[in-house]
Design a protein around this ligand. Structure first.
Ligand SMILES: Nc1ncnc2c1ncn2[C@@H]1O[C@H](COP(=O)(O)OP(=O)(O)OP(=O)(O)O)[C@@H](O)[C@H]1O
Length: 299
């Protein structure tokens, strides 16, 4: 279990994150979404044990993370710009990680370099940015860490490689309950693999939720009546959002689907459809004004 309790971190006079509380369960894929400068990398570096907070606690399995060598052997961190030793080849980097991590799996490394078709004798710095990121992933998946921390991992990867990398993540989570923290400035980029989402805005974690819970709790309905929508129904449903398109009303409603449907059917509508909501819409409506303010992060 990864945990941050009331964590604040500043750089000189700038408060990068303030009073952040974050919980990530074992075997979960947690997406941390936020715009540029929101505080994602600061959170990630605190969790990777690179930064020390001024206030609060940063713990993994109940132990403080900062400079904790034993805990660091359980986690693998890929920064937004993967780091390799100068002049090293993939083969040499693999030797380095093999010595650092007792969990290193040589057979898996061989399988991955074949699958990704990497020349392991070529200096990593001569590869393109996208290829360097692929090599970072190959090394990460060969380490088989308990926790994988990824800062903007999809930047610069083509769609085929993205799919491959996402499949590997899902495989490791399903097979051995690896935990993943993945940051992005774009919800769409990671929504297909995350089971929890946290939204960071100007240094504050403004929301964190399970995706299934989010999806089952907000609904979009389209209704029409001969003489307009009954006022009583609107009072009962208390929509988060409503708009009129000709004679049809579109409502976004929080609550259980069956109960909403029951209330509507009792009023004999001429048209009644339950429509699917995108995750993007759910976020915007759930977060009210803040949702609109950070729309660019979500879409
Ligand atoms: N080493 C540092 N020294 C001074 N200020 C810093 C440092 N690192 C981050 N900051 C500041 O802290 C705030 C949060 O930065 P952070 O890198 O965590 O954001 P981010 O969400 O990762 O942004 P991006 O998506 O652009 O990478 C920003 O205002 C940034 O300028």
């Amino acid at each position: 279990m990864i945990e941050m309790k009331n964590v604040t971190k500043s750089f000189d006079r700038l408060t990068a994150i303030e009073n952040v509380n974050l919980h990530i369960h074992k075997g979960s894929i947690y997406g941390l979404i936020g715009s540029n400068g929101a505080g994602k990398t600061t959170i990630i570096k605190l969790l990777a044990g690179i930064y020390l907070q001024e206030k609060g606690e940063v713990m993994i399995d109940g132990q403080p993370v900062f400079e904790n060598v034993r805990l660091k052997q359980k986690l693998f961190y890929i920064p937004d710009q993967p780091y390799f030793f100068s002049q090293y080849t993939t083969k040499q980097m693999a030797r380095f990680y093999r010595n650092c991590y007792p969990t290193w799996d040589e057979e898996r490394f061989q399988n991955l370099i074949n699958a990704f078709e990497v020349d392991i004798n070529k200096k990593i710095q001569t590869f393109s940015k996208g290829w360097q990121r692929q090599i970072a992933f190959i090394l990460a998946f060969s380490v088989k860490p308990e926790i994988l921390i990824l800062d903007e991992p999809m930047d610069g990867l083509d769609p085929v490689v993205r799919r491959k990398v996402k499949n590997l993540m899902i495989h490791d989570v399903a097979e051995r309950e690896m935990t993943i923290l993945i940051s992005s400035h774009n919800l769409r980029e990671i929504e297909d693999i995350c089971d929890h989402i946290g939204v960071i805005h100007k240094g504050t974690l403004i929301m964190q939720k399970e995706l299934d819970e989010l999806k089952s709790n907000v609904h979009k309905v389209q209704i029409a009546y001969k003489d307009g929508v009954p006022e009583q129904l609107l009072n009962k449903l208390n929509p988060l959002h409503s708009e009129k398109r000709g004679s049809v009303h579109l409502l976004i409603i929080r609550g259980e689907e069956e109960i909403i449907a029951k209330h509507i059917r009792q009023t004999n509508p001429v048209i009644f459809d339950l429509l699917p909501l995108t995750l993007e819409e759910i976020f915007i409506y759930e977060m009210g004004d803040i949702g609109y303010a950070i729309k660019n992060v979500i879409v």
